[in-house]
Design a protein around this ligand. Structure first.
Ligand SMILES: C[S@@+](CC[C@H](N)C(=O)[O-])C[C@H]1O[C@@H](n2cnc3c(N)ncnc32)[C@H](O)[C@@H]1O
Length: 210
């Protein structure tokens, strides 16, 4: 399995990947983001008035997490930079220019995250997706972007374990990945409705407890 790096997706990106809008986010009273990394989703949701909580295995050392994110190596070819960061580096022509833009972009994402983290520290909790530190039905929605549904990170068995945990703490679950875990045959969790959507933004799995 690939080692799991962190990332820092914006609220708007989460909405696209999870088929949500700011309005539909507001329709949930409480949301848990599992494997939240340095994303601004929880901070923005809190600002909107949703009782949002972010869980990440590595929130025990935020300083190390941000340092690791900022020092993640960048591709050393223009083609690969364009493949990975298209849209963010439009107008750049040299590799150095592209890398400079992405480094600055990462710093901006970290600043945004830290701002939310400092304002709402109680909402960012260290925790493991296999053993969520919450009671049954603590949230309306539990979601995860590029963690538990990514087959480079988790086996099918691990994904199911974590999905069951997410379904324990919330009646609705949304998980997205560009490289999704595949469930051969029938879906291995009983008592849930199962909706798989494949689109431009990877694969989205939506589960609802019956
Ligand atoms: C690829 S990042 C995605 C971050 C965020 N969801 C985003 O899209 O910006 C995966 C995150 O999952 C966290 N993680 C890895 N294993 C975990 C586990 N067992 N339980 C909870 N979080 C975990 C990592 O620390 C990392 O921050």
């Amino acid at each position: 399995m690939t080692s799991i790096k962190t990332s820092a997706r914006y609220f708007s990106t989460y909405c696209k990947l999870l088929d949500l809008t700011p309005e539909t986010v507001l329709g949930y009273k409480s949301i848990l983001d599992v494997g939240a990394g340095l994303s601004e989703f929880t901070g923005r949701s809190l600002e909107l008035g949703v009782n949002a909580v972010a869980i990440d295995l590595r929130y025990s050392d935020i300083d190390a997490l941000t340092k690791q994110y900022l020092s993640q190596p960048l591709p050393d070819s223009v083609d690969e930079m364009i493949r990975q960061f298209r849209g963010r580096i439009d107008g750049c022509s040299t590799l150095a220019e592209m890398q400079g833009i992405i480094r600055k972009d990462r710093e901006q994402r970290v600043r945004k995250f830290l701002n939310y983290y400092l304002n709402y520290q109680d909402s960012f909790k260290q925790g493991n997706c296999f053993d969520l530190p919450h009671d049954k039905d603590s949230f309306d929605l539990s979601l995860s972007v590029e963690l538990i549904f990514n087959r480079r990170y988790f086996t099918q068995e691990q994904a199911v374990h974590s999905l069951k945990e997410m379904l324990r703490v919330a009646r609705e679950v949304r998980v997205q990945s560009y490289v999704p875990v595949s469930f051969d045959g029938s879906f291995p969790i009983e008592g849930v409705s199962y909706n798989l959507r494949e689109g431009n933004y990877g694969t989205l799995l939506i589960l609802q407890r019956d």
